[in-house]
Design a protein around this ligand. Structure first.
Ligand SMILES: CC(C)(COP(=O)(O)OP(=O)(O)OC[C@H]1O[C@@H](n2cnc3c(N)ncnc32)[C@H](O)[C@@H]1OP(=O)(O)O)[C@@H](O)C(=O)NCCC(=O)NCCS
Length: 178
C-alpha cells in the first residue's frame, strides 16, 4: 500500500502531519472546549501540559500503531484548528476527526475528510473506509453522509464518551466499501 499524502490542500484548508509545536493552538482552539469534547473519547484538557503530553504520545505511537494524524489549518495560516486520524487495520481504514467550534457548520470537516476518504478507497488493498459517532452526534453523522458513507446500523454500547457517561454508549456505524 502507498503511504498517505503528508500534505493535502483543499480550497480553504491545509492538512499536514503534526509536530509538538502544534500543542498551544490545539489547546487554545479546541482541546479545552467542553462542547467540542462532548462526544470525544477524552476529557477536555485543563492545561497546555496535558495537550503537550497527548500530542507527544500520539506522535510517538504513529508508526507502531499504524495510524496517521493530520492537523487541519486554514490554508493561509499555521494554527491548528482541528485534527484527523486515519487508522489502518489490514483492509480497513477508520477515520476520526475534531474541529474547533468557531469553524463549525461551514462545510470544513467535509472538505477536510473527503480527500482522505478518496485516497483510502482508491488504495488497492483497502476495501472499507469507516467511522463511528455517538448516536446523538448528528453533525458528525451528517458529515459522514456527506463524504459518501452509508449508515450501516448501530453498534450497541460501542464507545465510552466520558463527558456524557461512564458507560459505553450506542454509536452509529458508517462506511464506504468497494
Ligand atoms: C462533527 C464536526 C467535525 C463537524 O464539522 P463541521 O465542519 O461543522 O461539518 P460540516 O460543516 O462539514 O457539516 C456539518 C453538518 O451537520 C449539520 N448539523 C450541525 N449541527 C447539527 C445538529 N445539531 N443536528 C443535525 N445536523 C447538524 C450541519 O447543518 C451540516 O449539514 P449540511 O451541510 O447538510 O447543512 C464538528 O462539529 C466537531 O468537531 N465536533 C466536535 C468533535 C466531534 O464530535 N468529532 C466527531 C467525533 S465522531
Amino acid at each position: 500500500m502507498n503511504e498517505p499524502p503528508q500534505i493535502i490542500e483543499t480550497s480553504r484548508l491545509r492538512l499536514r502531519f503534526p509536530t509538538i509545536e502544534d500543542a498551544p493552538s490545539i489547546f487554545e482552539q479546541y482541546a479545552q472546549d467542553k462542547q467540542v469534547t462532548k462526544y470525544m473519547t477524552w476529557q477536555p484538557h485543563s492545561n497546555i501540559e496535558t495537550t503537550q503530553e497527548f500530542l507527544q504520545q500520539s506522535i510517538e505511537d504513529l508508526t507502531a500503531k499504524n495510524y496517521y494524524l493530520w492537523v487541519i489549518s486554514p490554508i493561509e495560516e499555521k494554527k491548528a484548528i482541528g485534527m484527523i486520524r486515519l487508522q489502518l487495520d489490514n483492509y480497513r481504514a477508520e477515520l476520526g476527526y475534531v474541529l474547533a467550534r468557531s469553524y463549525w457548520n461551514r462545510g470544513l470537516m467535509t472538505e477536510a475528510l473527503q480527500p482522505l476518504v478518496n485516497w483510502a478507497i482508491n488504495q488497492p488493498d483497502i476495501y472499507r473506509v469507516w467511522a463511528v459517532c455517538d448516536i446523538e452526534n448528528l453533525a458528525s453523522a451528517r458529515v459522514l453522509e456527506k463524504v459518501g458513507m452509508t449508515r450501516e446500523g448501530i453498534l450497541r454500547r460501542w464507545l465510552i464518551h466520558p463527558n456524557l457517561s461512564d458507560e459505553p454508549r450506542d454509536c452509529f456505524c458508517y462506511a464506504k466499501v468497494k
